[in-house]
Design a protein around this ligand. Structure first.
Ligand code: PEP
Ligand code: MG
Length: 594
């Protein structure tokens, strides 16, 4: 990443992964990898002792992870499954047994044996070529590192012990590190390594502390105690800033806080345009624990409950009762507002541990979502039973992902009907009028939206996948990320077609992809006539604020002009100008990263 001159010191630029500005002193945390200094052969008589040494280091590592897990801050408790994964890795025979076997058979020291096991695991992972799997390899390395530290008899400084207000500077941070961060003290963190989807980045967002990763050399450029300005919105770090710069950033910080709190204060007002058109703004959630944040941010229900987490967390398949209890609790907390529960969307970049062996050349085009469920009717039925049973306790709607045509929808509805009949026979209560909808995220579903609309109660447009499939860009491939264009005229036309089909059939239409949370898209989506937008909780206050600033009539007129533009960049430019004029007081917040 680039460097430039600024203030007394200089500027570094990395990947902004968690927004906000902090000004504070650096605290360098040594997370350099343990060097294996000695790889040696051992004598027959030492073998038993060496195995014991490894077992002790492994047991200590397990205990350390359990301790971190038990003390995890509340805000990130739902990420605890990452630490469970680490415990599972330690129990895996390719990790532990293989190391012991190498010590016994090859008569090599524990460090060397462990290194070999990790290399062998890496070879297996290398053949799989999948982003998700690559992340899991990082986990194997973190775990091995923990064991190596114990083997070396070293103590590693825990981030829980930091008790001054500082900005953490490290080569990289493991999930164990971020899970034990003392959030009362740590103002932010910046690292040499890491990417947008690293655990550290995700945790920083949940903890709401500014973070920048991928700075490459920051640990070489910063010394303990240096003054830093970290702008987690732009990805800039200013080293030893001068007074003018500090004042400038303190003002920016205050301004951002002022805007933030004024928006949050109004989060519970309805999203109604100045001319009285109401849009329901709901939350996308992935865990039960997200429901509180959804309510706090003014979410009028849950527009999308992605249900994969309980499946990813479980060692086998989750039991009906576990699913039921989870769905029931979400429904009860959010009632009388609705929760739209999406049936399992496995495959693509998410898969069940025991299905990982089935390698697909194009997983995004493979056995994903509804296709997977129709192939595994028992898994599908278990989830549907749990959803239906929970529907007796609140306002639940069901949504099927990745529907590509009518037959798939009819097949899914048939299974749903079978589950309902079973519950009737067993005398188990459920909401007989439960609303059933589909995600519109495959281009073929857009083309036949008028047909599909006759068979469902509502649509929800999943633009994350719709953009992927319509523009033929892999949504997890950084190389084509620049082509991920919500403003592409093809996407806008497709979305319009879906809304028109829904209106003609008299059904509700929502949008729950990332576009719903992008402030620049709100004008278009409101003008198109969406009944509902569903997005990550943090963005709800802002989107509601924008809707409250719009006039539907004016926005509709502007839509004409927007639809005349022939490229994504022209659309973007036009919308940007319209928004700038519309709510000038929000310009700083809205356009800061542009
Ligand atoms: C989408 O595709 O837009 C969507 C909301 O679903 P997911 O991101 O979970 O695939
Ligand atoms: Mg999707």
């Amino acid at each position: 990443m680039s460097q430039g001159q600024a203030g007394k010191g200089h500027t570094l630029k990395g990947i902004a992964v968690s927004p906000g500005i902090v000004i504070g002193r650096a605290r360098l945390v040594d997370r350099s990898r343990v060097k294996i200094l000695y790889q040696y052969l051992i004598g027959e008589r030492q073998v038993k002792q060496e195995v014991e040494r490894f077992k002790e280091a492994l047991a200590a590592a397990k205990q350390q992870i359990i301790d971190v897990k038990n003390k995890m801050p509340e805000q990130i408790k739902h990420h605890a499954f990452i630490l469970d994964t680490h415990l599972m890795i330690m129990d895996d025979s390719m990790f532990s047994n293989a190391t012991i076997t190498a010590i016994l058979e090859e008569k090599i020291n524990a460090e060397w044996a462990l290194k070999k096991s990790v290399q062998n695991i890496a070879k297996v992972f290398a053949q799989i070529e999948d982003e998700y799997i690559k992340e899991r390899m990082n986990d194997v390395e973190y775990v091995a590192e923990r064991v190596l530290i114990n083997l070396a008899g070293k103590e590693q400084e825990s981030l829980a012990e930091i008790n001054e207000r500082v900005i953490i500077v490290a080569h990289e941070l493991s999930p164990g590190d971020t899970s034990s961060i003392n959030i009362g003290k740590v103002m932010g963190f910046i690292t040499d390594a890491g990417g947008r989807t690293s655990h550290a980045a995700i945790m920083a967002q949940s903890l709401k502390i500014p973070a920048i990763v991928g700075l490459e050399t920051v640990t070489h450029q910063v010394q303990d105690g240096n003054l830093l300005i970290v702008d987690g919105t732009t990805g800039e770090v200013f080293l030893d800033p001068d007074d003018d710069m500090i004042i400038q950033y303190q003002e920016k910080q205050l301004e951002q806080e002022r805007i933030e709190s004024s928006i949050i204060r109004m989060a519970h007002l309805p999203a109604e345009t100045v001319d009285g058109h109401r849009v329901a703004v709901r939350a996308n959630i992935e865990f039960l624990e997200d429901v509180a944040a959804a309510k706090d941010h003014g979410g009028e229900g849950i527009g999308l409950y992605r249900t994969e987490y309980l499946y990813l967390k479980a060692r086998g398949m989750p039991k009906e009762v576990e699913l039921f209890e989870d769905y029931k609790e979400v429904a009860e907390i959010i009632a009388p507002d609705p929760v739209t529960i999406r049936t399992l969307d496995m495959g693509g970049d998410r898969f069940l541990p025991d299905k990982a062996a089935t390698k697909e050349t194009n997983p995004a085009l493979g056995l994903r979502a509804i296709r997977f469920c129709l192939r595994e009717p028992m898994i599908f039925k278990t989830q549907l039973r749990a959803i239906l049973r929970a529907s007796a306790f609140g306002n639940i709607q069901i949504i099927f992902p990745m529907i590509s045509g009518l037959q798939e929808l009819l097949d899914s509805r048939k299974i749903l009907k079978e589950v309902m009949d079973d519950l009737d026979k067993e005398g188990i209560a459920y909401d007989r009028k439960i609303k059933v909808g589909i995600m519109i995220e495959v281009p073929s579903a857009v083309a036949v939206a008028d047909i599909l609309a006759r068979h469902v109660d509502f649509f929800s447009v999943g633009t994350n996948d719709l953009i992927q499939y319509a523009l033929a860009i892999d949504r997890v491939n950084e190389l084509v990320a620049y082509m991920y264009q919500p403003f592409h005229p093809a996407i806008l036309r497709m979305i319009r077609q879906v809304v028109q089909a829904a209106k003609a059939a008299g059904i509700r239409v929502a949008l729950c992809g990332e576009m719903a949370g992008d402030p620049l898209c709100t004008l278009i989506l409101t003008a198109l006539g969406f009944d509902e937008l569903s997005l990550n909780s943090g963005g709800i206050p802002m989107i509601k604020k924008i809707i409250r600033s719009l006039s539907l009539e004016k926005a509709r007129a502007e839509l004409q002009e927007i639809f005349q533009q022939d490229t994504a960049s022209k659309v973007r430019e036009l919308v940007l100008n319209k928004m700038r004029g519309l709510i000038p007081e929000l310009d700083k917040k809205l356009f800061v990263a542009n």
